[in-house]
Ligand binder design. Structure first.
Ligand SMILES: [Zn+2]
Length: 263
């Protein structure tokens, strides 16, 4: 009953450009928050690196209308859930080492356009958000290009090269959700960490060094294959960064929440 009298949040939707009622749009879809519990989320501020608890998760109420968030971008999110949170047993993998697996999904297993847009949409949402917690994520001139890709107007195939890593440890770390700028001065790179994944996105592949290209090009998400790389090397690095942050937090007397099911 109360809602009837609440002020409606009317504004310009950043995706369709129309004046509409704007809704609470999650920057990272909430299914990727493993620590979701009583609608409180553990998030990392992309600017300060600090942990924060957020009521109802990291959303922005000033960017999207319900149709764009739920049906258009929501459709890309669904492909993200299906591939990343689905049943991994059905995927074929190459085992190069006892602790090194590369899952290889072929074009029958995934929808390239939707999966690519899913990752780009997370960066785009964080980039357009005016909230302080995402203020470090700013695509600059690439924001418009990301939008053209999401709208299906242009492919910009040289942009947004994506590597998908999966953590091979089952630990608290998988509850961590963050978007961070990659530490490289040569090109723009972002890291999205969610639900035990580490997604690395090279914004402009023209700026990638040849050495890097030779090493990783095969594994960039492409229309023929999606590779999901599970290596102890990357997992260790993720774990190390996580432990450093956690140690800092514990020193400040912080007690992190546990994911559901873990006592
Ligand atoms: Zn809209």
């Amino acid at each position: 009953m109360k809602e009837t009298f609440e002020k409606q949040n009317i504004g310009i939707c950043k995706f369709c450009g129309q004046k509409k009622k704007l809704i609470k749009a999650h920057i990272i879809p909430k299914n990727f928050y493993l620590s979701r519990k009583k609608d409180r989320y553990l998030c990392i501020n992309s600017k300060t690196g600090e942990y924060t608890f957020q009521q109802n998760g990291g959303y922005d109420s000033n960017i999207l209308c319900s149709n764009c968030d739920n049906h258009i971008l929501g459709d890309f999110d669904k492909e993200g859930y299906r591939i990343l949170l689905g049943n991994f047993n059905k995927y074929k993998y190459i085992q190069l080492h006892p602790q090194y697996k590369i899952y290889q999904l072929d074009s029958n297993d995934f929808d390239y356009t939707k999966l690519r847009k899913f990752f780009i949409s997370i960066l785009w949402r964080a980039s357009i958000s005016q909230l302080e917690e995402w203020s470090n994520i700013n695509l600059g001139g690439y924001e418009k290009k990301a939008y053209e890709i999401l709208k299906g107007r242009k492919e910009h195939s040289e942009l947004f090269k994506i590597l998908i890593y999966k953590n091979c440890y089952i630990e608290d770390i998988n509850q961590e959700v963050l978007i961070a700028k990659g530490k490289t001065s040569k090109y723009k790179k972002y890291v999205i960490q969610m639900a035990g994944y580490r997604i690395e996105i090279m914004v402009d592949s023209a700026r990638i060094t040849n050495k890097y290209r030779l090493q990783y090009e095969t594994y960039f998400l492409n229309s023929t294959y999606a590779h999901i790389i599970e290596t102890t090397e990357v997992s260790r690095r993720v774990n190390h960064e996580y432990n450093l942050r956690m140690r800092e937090l514990y020193e400040k007397g912080f007690v992190p929440p546990k994911p559901s099911g873990i006592k």
